[in-house]
Design a binder for this molecule. Structure first.
Ligand code: FVH
Length: 295
């Protein structure tokens, strides 16, 4: 007897670490899946799990209406899809890119007759198909495409639609990843400070986790100030005090023989805000420094 799936059939281009993880979840959920990868060997295991392996991007794209792409970068998506007929297709690009990349790909897809969604994956491959891990994907672009294919898109990880501007998924993605970069930089500096002392990184780790969790309030507090334009009401830790205190961070780094390079740019920005108008800014918190970043 022939089994027919009621699940949306789809095509996936790209079987790197992330593409392979995505593919497995769709196969496991019963979605008929056609895959293509530049290096064909990476498709072998998936073929054994039920995927149809296409010999070319053109063959893969022709197989289904819903096309998901997860390649290395914007340029590799352009080269894989170059010259293909996308008329009537729904293209979802999960490749990491900039907001301009998302907008350009959207216009490019529209010119070729396709609807488009850009996606920014907030997960590592092991978090895909593991709802408890908390991973999800930001989507922006065609709301109709998102609603129509929402159940398929929600198979690998949660799906969060952040608007019809096709650049906004990348903007959300990169905003969060950039904040993470600052977090990693701070943690790296903290470990460098204790190196060579009789303090184990394993003892500092839970203290860092607890402290950074408590300081996470700054995201919401800074948002309130940016929206209201009021940087002073209710300030507990004023900028003048923080600029003075931060010289202690720099002297401690010097005493410990640690480069301040990971923390000094932010401390310099706080100083710049205070120096611009000490009378006006001394009583602010550090959120006012954000206004200096747009050059
Ligand atoms: N892995 C992760 O932790 C992150 C989590 C957040 C999102 N990213 C983004 O996902 C995209 C793919 O990442 P990946 O982890 O799958 O990356 P790789 O394992 O290195 O696989 C890269 C695939 O791209 C293919 N590829 C590269 N260049 C080309 C090209 N010019 N034409 C066609 N395909 C190309 C590559 O093919 P092959 O090397 O196997 O032949 C892989 O399929 C990425 O945007 C992350 O930023 C992952």
């Amino acid at each position: 007897s022939t089994k027919t799936s009621t699940k949306t059939p789809l095509t996936l281009l790209g079987l790197g670490a992330m593409g392979t993880a995505l593919a497995r979840t769709w196969l496991a959920a019963g979605h008929p899946l056609t895959v293509w990868n530049r290096t064909p060997a990476k498709a072998e295991a998936l073929a054994a799990e039920g995927a149809v392996v296409a010999a070319s991007p053109a063959e893969a794209v022709a197989a289904n209406g819903l096309i998901v792409v997860c390649l290395l970068d914007h340029a590799s998506v352009g080269s894989a899809l170059e010259g293909l007929d996308l008329t009537g297709k729904d293209l979802v690009d999960l490749t990491t890119g900039t907001p301009a990349d998302g907008r350009a790909r959207s216009a490019w897809a529209r010119e070729r007759g396709a609807r488009f969604l850009d996606g920014g994956i907030m997960a590592t491959p092991s978090m895909i198909g593991a709802p408890a891990a908390g991973g999800y994907v930001f989507y922006s672009g065609s709301p109709d495409l998102f609603e129509e294919h929402r159940s398929a898109l929600e198979v690998p990880a949660g799906a969060r639609f952040v608007g019809s501007d096709p650049g906004h998924a990348a903007l959300h993605d990169v905003a969060l990843l950039s904040a993470m970069t600052g977090l990693f930089a701070g943690i790296s500096h903290a470990y460098a400070l204790i190196e060579g002392e009789d303090i184990s990184p394993k003892d500092l780790a839970p203290l860092l986790t607890e402290w950074l969790g408590a300081m996470g309030f700054f995201a919401g507090a800074a948002a309130e100030r940016l929206v209201s334009g009021d940087f002073t009401t209710g300030v507990e830790s004023n900028l003048a005090m923080q600029v003075t205190a931060s010289s202690t961070y720099l002297r401690t780094a010097a005493e410990q023989g640690v480069s301040p390079e990971l923390i000094s740019p932010y401390l310099d920005l706080m100083r710049e805000r205070l120096a611009a108008d000490p009378a006006a800014h001394a009583g602010e918190d550090t959120a006012g420094a954000i206004t200096l970043l747009r050059r």
